[in-house]
Design a protein around this ligand. Sequence first.
Ligand code: ZN
Length: 240
Amino acid sequence: MRYAVLADIHANLQALEAVCADVRRAGAERMLCLGDIVGYGADPRECLQMVRDLNATIVAGNHDWATVGRLNVDYFNSDARDSVHWTRSVLSTDEVAFLKNLDLINVLDGVTLVHGSPFSPDCFEYIQTNYDVEVAFEHLATPLCFVGHSHVPVIFEHTDPVDYFVRDEYEVPDDRQVIVNVGSVGQPRDLDPRASYVVYDDRERTVTTRRVEYDVSTASSRIVEAGLPSTNSVRIVLGR
Ligand code: ZN
């Protein structure tokens, strides 16, 4: 089975549509979504509907939970906080209930899905330092784990010391645990503005990171027109 693994869509409909078209080209049959469907972008409702229509297995991101009051926004920066309030103001009761009911972690066929880290998923920790990676592996019960949250695609291998690298084509080893950050569909932060996601083939044991061009100028203007923080519109153009 081929899975498309998407994270951090952030209400960017143009990016999501382009990624969905690419998922069809890549022949992925099942969709996994690692959260942050909403926040920052101008089309949270459309993105939510699209992900629901795809029958994706979804876990909650910090922006999803913050938007529906399940997470305190005090530690968000002001742009993120303003975006949360704007998003909340446009969602329907049904959409709010849907986001409220998302699980924090999901395990299917030896694969863990979580937004931040397998360590305290409700704290939405980033996996960035060596320490973060070690703690994440200590709390990981499966051979493979997909995460999002940092918006930067990277692969971590559970070796001593932990190894990490960026690779477009990757074969999952069977003698050590692996955590894959799939990057962000709607707001990449690795200075490459193209949407990022991965295709995981569980028979071939391969993970392919795919980058997809999309209409970033429309997504950017929609953010301005919606009255969202202007930083949100600039950063997607720059990929940071
Ligand atoms: Zn995010």
